[in-house]
Design a protein around this ligand. Structure first.
Ligand SMILES: NC(=O)c1ccc[n+]([C@@H]2O[C@H](COP(=O)([O-])OP(=O)(O)OC[C@H]3O[C@@H](n4cnc5c(N)ncnc54)[C@H](O)[C@@H]3O)[C@@H](O)[C@H]2O)c1
Length: 330
């Protein structure tokens, strides 16, 4: 049984803590949050302890791994402290909003040979995973085009935009990782951005809509499109086009019932509304993979290097927005 602590009892921390409580191969020993009330509530809901300080967690030999689900600007100090305390780490994306800070974090911890996995949960979505397996098996021949659609149902509150790094570093970062997961290394990036959804986002200096074109080392062309607003829910689709066919992973619905009548055909339930519902299976699967890999001493994937690469693509896309140029990464 892998002894674990969860740091941060917000939206995503509570999901991970819930998946750990009662896990067959892990033991949720405690949760911690700078808000004692948030930690107390999660601990009592899940029947675990609340740690009163981080030092308590670093010193506890029964805790072999920590899960970091705190705001992005706290990831680097928490990763560094956890690795120095000898803990394996599961850290939510992104490593940081600042690429240099993230690189310097690696320089600080590398000598400890950290066991660290990044929370790019979409790699563990059963459909996207199956798509990768089929691509690698050659089911559609050589990959030529990849289209990643990712649209949130509604914009986050302005405070979140301010602290999270904005659209490209916080939201598109999932799609940059998915692009690498499905198509391999990326050599060129070109981005277009717009403010079409919420003027408050423009006032904060961010965009709410984007398209990003990428070229992979293998020669495939990729396109990511994002919006902070989607009238029909959380739109998450991928299409891969190759020499001998196409693979598509579509949206998911609460049921498979279709409604046909005089006004509509094939009408379905709304798409699963947001990430907590859409990626519920992926959150469980990534945690299972983390626990198994730590217990069995196997490599953890996606790792710190994957976190750095996704952030490098986000920074390149921002450079492209600013300069109106294609950014060459090779
Ligand atoms: N993989 C995904 O699908 C996914 C989804 C949502 C969020 N995230 C990432 O997870 C992280 C958290 O996001 P969220 O939406 O859950 O945020 P949130 O604001 O809902 O929760 C963060 C919690 O951390 C606590 N906290 C703040 N500083 C802390 C510290 N130094 N130590 C301990 N606790 C601290 C806060 O009190 C709060 O309870 C972000 O990095 C975000 O990018 C990932």
């Amino acid at each position: 049984m892998l002894g674990m602590a969860v740091l941060g009892c917000g939206r995503i921390g509570r999901i991970h803590a819930g998946n750990l409580a009662g896990h067959a191969r892990a033991r949720l020993r405690c949760v911690y949050d700078v808000s004692a009330d948030a930690a107390r509530q999660t601990a009592s809901e899940l029947g675990t302890q609340r740690a009163a300080s981080l030092e308590e967690i670093w010193a506890d030999r029964e805790i072999a791994a920590v899960l970091i689900a705190t705001p992005t600007d706290t990831h680097v100090p928490l990763i560094t402290a956890a690795v120095r305390a000898g803990k394996a780490v599961f850290c939510e994306k992104p490593i940081d909003v600042d690429l240099e800070r993230a690189r310097s974090c690696w320089r600080d911890i590398a000598a400890h040979r950290p066991r660290l996995m990044m929370g790019f949960n979409r790699r563990y979505d059963p459909s996207f995973r199956a798509m990768r397996e089929r691509l690698q098996r050659g089911d559609i021949g050589r990959l030529e085009l990849l289209i990643i659609t990712s649209r949130d149902p509604a914009p986050p509150p302005p405070a979140y935009i301010r602290s999270s790094g904005g659209l490209l570093r916080d939201m598109t970062i999932h799609d940059f990782d998915m692009a690498r997961y499905l198509a391999g290394d990326i050599t060129q990036v070109q981005a277009f951005g717009a403010n079409l959804v919420d003027p408050r986002i423009a006032k904060l200096g961010d965009i709410d809509t984007c398209t990003v074109s990428l070229r992979s080392k293998s020669g495939a062309l990729l396109q990511i499109n994002n919006s902070r607003r989607c009238a029909y829910g959380y739109d998450q689709r991928i299409e891969a086009f190759g020499a001998t066919g196409m693979l598509q992973a579509g949206n998911q619905h609460a049921t498979s019932v279709e409604h046909w009548d005089g006004e509509r055909t094939a009408a379905r339930d709304p798409v699963l509304n947001f990430f907590l519902e859409r990626y519920a299976a992926a959150y469980r699967a990534e945690l299972d993979a983390f626990i198994d890999s730590v217990e069995e001493g196997r490599p953890l994937k996606p790792d710190f290097a994957d976190g750095l690469e996704a952030l490098r693509l986000a920074v390149a896309a921002e450079d492209s927005l600013r300069t109106h140029q294609v950014v060459d990464l090779s």
